[in-house]
Design a protein around this ligand. Structure first.
Ligand code: UT7
Length: 325
């Protein structure tokens, strides 16, 4: 049976120049390099410069993804940007990126699923492309979490960073075989009962302020491993594939211990796990496409590889995407 499949043709990432080390953080709050590394695996993170906005990061990543895909911006007819830290309440940051790339057709919008944002955005773009409504999508995850951190709260400010990642997706032909390139399956979940475990204490319709990130880290940790491994198992059972078939797992980069525990639960060896959390921190919706761009850029992820992405974030939201690269 012939069908349309959403083929990921290229990936790109961007990190702001300024690097903030654990030792610098230890001068700001009561923490230490040892504590941060032992509990999270994070050694450093990047912080956007004054005046550098989420759209700037997104645009840089999008340009690199387009170059990696060998695609002109004029081919793009859909921009989906996942972010919890938009430049403004509205219009969508995606429309700023669209304009900066000179794209004047198709649709552009933001989606909000916090750290699961990129998986949600990928699933949305995949559904539009396989439905035949759009032909070439830029899917971006971009964040400036440094702007919503409480820099006095050592339980959160040491964990997050800024960055952006993007992929270019095009409609391609498929016989329906699992060996054909493209997104094979996506699985999205949410359970809003856990709203208060990870949230921002402000917003346009509640306080009229931007607010700061608040998290019960221990509780989030408990749910993360179970939710992400369940989402991966759903992707495998939907396709009839097994953990042994996976070439690369690209997880949301929140905490090395969560990444390791999830891979172990799934029976996936550490050498097949792409890890960037040590150098990027948790960049929320940007973390998966940033990790992807690193592994594509250094030649680890190659055409034909089976790549599994999984994420979990505030809401709670969580999900997975299985892709033949
Ligand atoms: O992106 C998706 C959402 N985010 C996540 O997935 C994050 C999930 N959670 C985590 O990654 C971990 O829970 C943390 C890294 C946040 C914390 O690790 P933990 O092993 O769960 O530590 P804990 O919360 O149980 O805290 C242990 C102790 C506490 O002291 P007491 O109460 O035992 O005396 C904290 O006050 O560590 C203390 N603590 C710190 N100490 C030094 C908390 N933050 C710090 C800090 N430096 N930065």
């Amino acid at each position: 049976m012939s069908a349309i499949r959403s083929v990921i043709c290229g990936a790109g990432g961007y990190l702001p120049e300024r690097i903030l080390s654990n030792d610098e953080l230890a001068k700001m709050v009561d923490t230490s390099d040892d504590w941060i590394v032992e509990r999270s695996g994070i050694r450093e993170r990047h912080i956007a410069a004054d005046g550098e906005m989420t759209s700037d990061l997104a645009l840089a990543a999008a340009r690199r993804a387009l170059a990696n895909a060998g695609t002109e911006a004029s081919e793009v007819d859909l921009v989906v940007l996942a972010t919890a830290t938009p430049d403004q309440t509205f219009p969508a940051t995606a429309t700023k990126v669209q304009a900066a790339l000179g794209i004047t057709r198709g649709a552009a919008f933001d989606i909000q699923a916090v750290c699961t944002g990129f998986v949600y955005a990928l699933a949305i773009a995949d559904n539009f492309i396989t439905a035949g409504q759009f032909k070439c999508a830029l899917v971006i995850g971009a964040e400036t979490f440094s702007r919503i951190l409480d820099w006095q709260d050592r339980g959160t400010c040491v964990l997050f960073g800024d960055g952006a990642g993007a992929v270019v997706i095009k409609a391609g032909p498929s016989t329906g075989a699992l060996s054909d390139r493209g997104i094979l399956t996506t699985h999205l979940y949410a359970d809003g009962r856990h709203h208060d475990l990870l949230y921002v204490d402000g917003g346009p319709s509640s306080t009229g302020t931007t607010g700061h990130l608040r998290m019960n880290g221990r509780e989030v940790f408990k749910h993360a491993v179970t939710n992400m491994s369940d989402a991966v198992n759903e992707a495998l059972s939907a396709t009839g594939l097994s953990a042994g078939d996976i070439d690369w797992i690209v997880p949301h980069q929140a905490n090395k211990r969560i990444i390791d525990a999830t891979a172990k639960k799934l029976g996936i060896p550490p050498e097949k796990v792409v890890q960037t959390v040590g150098l990027h921190g948790n960049t929320s919706a940007a973390s998966i496409p940033l990790a992807l761009s690193c592994a594509v850029g250094d030649g680890r992820i190659k055409k034909g590889n089976l790549v599994l992405m999984e994420g979990m974030g505030g809401g709670f939201t969580w999900g997975s995407a299985l892709v033949r690269w």
